[in-house]
Design a protein around this ligand. Sequence first.
Ligand code: BTN
Length: 321
Amino acid sequence: MMLEKLLRILADGAFHSGSELGRSLSISRSAVWKHMQRLQELGVEVYSVKGRGYRIPGGLDLLELSRLQQLLPEAVRTRLGQLALSIETDSTNTQALAAMQNGVDTGLFAAEFQHAGRGRRGRQWISPLGSSLCFSLAWRFNSGAAALEGLSLAVGLALQQALARVGLTSVGLKWPNDLLVNDAKLGGILIELSGDAAGECQVAIGVGLNVQLPETVAEQLDQPCIDLTRLGYAGTRTDLLAGLVSELIEMLERFENSGFAPLRSAWEEANAFRGREVALSSGPRRYEGVCLGVTDQGGLRLQTSAGQEVFHGGEMSVRLQ
Ligand code: BTN
């Protein structure tokens, strides 16, 4: 709570003296200093100048719960049971799964910072506080795990469409679920399931989208990355989150009713690797071929030297040759 108050004061990017901050938060100046250290641990760049105080250069665009509630259409708000925005958490996917274990039906969990953000294939998802949008939707499906094969593709498509609505029309999709711009990664999706493989599944749909990645972080990543600020997005993260969540909920309802097949042609339109030579690795195996598109279930179709082959499952990665 204290950290959040401090962040909201510093979010304006102006200088605030230690004594002013201490007064506003009813803590000592040395406690203010300790909080500043903590902010730096979470990846926030804090300038401290003797005699003037502390400032966050460029300020911070923090998520605003009341604005989010205003922006979400009524139907979406009612469909979304729980709505939780936090400054820090372990992983919003963990939050979503835990909430469902505790009886929550549907919900949105977003955080400014994740201590244990997860990416696909056991990777970490690293992003300094406020530099990306990290959120998870908790959702229950009744049709068994097998019917969810196309889900990550449907989610990618919803995000791509929501971004196009705010003018970001150059976003493409990489099977099974990355968002790319000119082959650089803008975001990723991590879907985690628990429950009954043949019946009701509780699904955490986790989305990480780069908003303003510091150069130092981008350099550490294992592939080229891009963020929304570099693409010219000038709106707030809250507005963006509202647009993404609205589009996602609508998409999840469509997917529940009719599966992936009716979405296939739209997905193929957005396929960033269509007609290109790709290499696909699945565990120790590697396949090469031309990316043809996807099946009605969401499997990847490749033209390999053995003919047309279809690949399933979320543990594969596609790389340009
Ligand atoms: C990937 O491309 O590897 C998927 C990244 C998914 C990251 C998001 S951030 C919100 C949610 N919580 C997590 O721990 N991971 C997902």
